[in-house]
Write a protein that binds this ligand. Structure first.
Ligand SMILES: N[C@@H](CCC(=O)N[C@@H](CS)C(=O)NCC(=O)O)C(=O)O
Length: 220
């Protein structure tokens, strides 16, 4: 299994990129893999001809599983879980709940979390995004409020098992990790810490920082 990842990034992207979620899943599933490191240039990956051969959108993460190419982080994570038989139950209805919560992270929360992050990164340079920040933050908080209550009575997003949906949700939460939103949700804060203490995540984060050649702890 080959996974395309970043091997250089500007500091403002450290710890946010979506290769992390694929790497975390591969480690949790115990699937052997090798990384193909790409440089993030001034135009992102737009000029990368190697990636263009496997992903028409030229985006990370992309996997090449012995010639089988797959892109889109959600699809990649579900594929890895299904392939390994880990992080996802065997029964159809149990699996559908994992898809449900994974898709909620990607389609309900991430589309509003990212503009909050981009607004914080761009500040006054992007007054339109700044004006929309309270609106985007409000929508994120509406979803997080429901999930925070859910986490009062269960340890993980689907139930009491750690699944691939937790990797998707935690990686979306990480997009909010430096702003004021998460501290409003104490159960989510504890849940995120629990998930990020997992040995597989810690291994991936160390390797991510080493690959980028950045100080330990700087992508946390
Ligand atoms: N919906 C896609 C988004 C992928 C995406 O935007 N990846 C970013 C890295 S986090 C990327 O490759 N950016 C480089 C570029 O667009 O030039 C997914 O979830 O995989």
């Amino acid at each position: 299994m080959k996974l395309y990842v970043f091997k250089s990034l500007p500091p403002f992207l450290w710890g946010y990129t979506r290769d992390l979620r694929a790497l975390w899943t591969l480690e949790e599933c115990g699937l052997p893999y090798e990384t193909i490191g790409l440089d993030c240039g001034p135009q992102g990956l737009a000029d990368n001809t190697e990636l263009a051969r496997v992903n028409p959108f030229k985006q990370i993460p992309t996997i090449d599983d012995d010639g089988y190419i797959l892109t889109e982080s959600g699809a990649v994570l579900f594929y890895l879980a299904e392939k390994s038989g880990k992080l996802i139950p065997r029964d159809l209805q149990g699996r559908a709940q994992v898809y449900r919560w994974g898709i909620t992270s990607l389609s309900n929360i991430e589309p509003f979390a990212l503009p909050v992050l981009f607004s914080d990164l761009q500040g006054d340079a992007n007054p339109h995004l700044k004006a929309l920040r309270p609106w985007n933050a409000g929508i994120v908080e509406k979803f997080l409020d429901v999930i925070d209550k859910r986490l009062q009575t269960q340890s993980h997003i689907v139930g009491d098992e750690f699944t691939v949906a937790d990797i998707l949700f935690v990686c979306v939460l990480r997009e909010l990790r430096k702003n004021e939103i998460l501290p409003k949700f104490p159960n989510i804060v504890k849940y995120r810490a629990r998930c990020e203490e997992r040995p597989a995540f810690l291994r991936v984060l160390d390797a991510y920082e080493d690959r980028l050649g950045i100080p330990r702890g700087s992508a946390r």
